[in-house]
Design a protein around this ligand. Structure first.
Ligand code: HEM
Length: 242
């Protein structure tokens, strides 16, 4: 394994981190991520998040697999270490049962995200680097904390329903992130391609923010409905007993 001694400002990994800095703050401040940071994610929130992650990783990993020999994709193609689709499937089965495929709900913003991934898989495979960076390095960074919060908030035992957060093929997330960054920096890009990729990274964050917002709206509607049902039932019971 070979790591660069220092990163210059022209390194893709530094540039991508710099251009997405504000987007990262915005992503952290979505209602869903704030719930996480307060340490109280709910089961409906987590279940819906898994549904979205399923769609996203299905599209992302299919596009990466189809383009694994592309000169921009090959250096950052790490299916054994990073692939998430099977782990999300295991988690969905844990929460929804064996027929989870018939039960999962996909918010509209997630469909838009998955559509974008499929589109660039066909038209601009080099942009997949921006999407893989956004999801996988996020999963290996703040994502690790989110796993522990999910486990605590939902009282999950023995890692059940938490496969998504676990990377058995990555012994040190920090070392792996260094390797990943050095691989990103080895990608040769024309100036226009580099600009396009940086824009795509901002877009990738934006798509994630939309997914979280959409998901939160669905959770809020469901909570209001169940609150309403609760109130109606309580009123009926009160009338019966009075
Ligand atoms: C990196 C926290 C949400 C994408 C990081 C790092 C932390 C962090 C501590 C490590 C920074 C470093 O190693 O220098 C959080 C917290 C979040 C959150 C607390 C929400 C509660 C997100 C989301 C995304 C994301 C929603 C994208 C969908 C990333 C990426 C990196 C990262 C791509 C790697 C940055 C780089 O080294 O280039 N995050 N994050 N994060 N996060 Fe997040």
């Amino acid at each position: 394994m070979c790591f660069p001694l220092s990163l210059s400002h022209s390194d893709l990994s530094e540039q991508i981190k710099a251009v997405t800095k504000d987007s990262h703050v915005r992503a952290e401040n979505t209602e869903l991520m704030l719930a996480y940071q307060r340490g109280n994610v709910s089961l409906p929130q987590y279940k819906l998040l898994l549904c979205s992650l399923y769609e996203i990783y299905q599209a992302l990993e299919e596009a990466l697999d189809n383009n694994s020999n592309h000169p921009s994709v090959a250096p950052i193609y790490f299916p054994l270490e990073l692939a998430r689709l099977e782990s999300v499937e295991r988690d969905l089965e844990h929460f929804y049962g064996q027929d989870w495929r018939e039960k999962i709900v996909v918010p509209a913003a997630t469909k838009i995200y998955a559509h974008r991934l499929r589109q660039i898989g066909k038209d601009n495979p080099e942009y997949l680097v921006a999407h893989a960076y956004t999801r996988y390095l996020g999963d290996l960074s703040g994502g690790q904390v989110l796993g522990r919060i999910t486990q605590k908030s939902l009282g999950l035992k023995g890692g059940e329903g938490l496969s998504f957060f676990s990377f058995p093929g990555v012994s040190s997330p920090n070392l792996f992130k260094q390797l990943y960054r050095s691989r990103m920096n080895s990608i040769e890009l024309e100036e226009e391609e580099r600009k396009g990729m940086l824009q795509e990274a901002v877009r990738a964050f934006e798509l994630n923010i939309q997914v979280f917002d959409d998901l939160q709206k669905m959770v809020s509607v469901t909570e209001r409905e169940s609150e309403l049902m609760h109130t109606t039932t309580r009123n009926r019971c009160t009338r019966h007993t009075s």
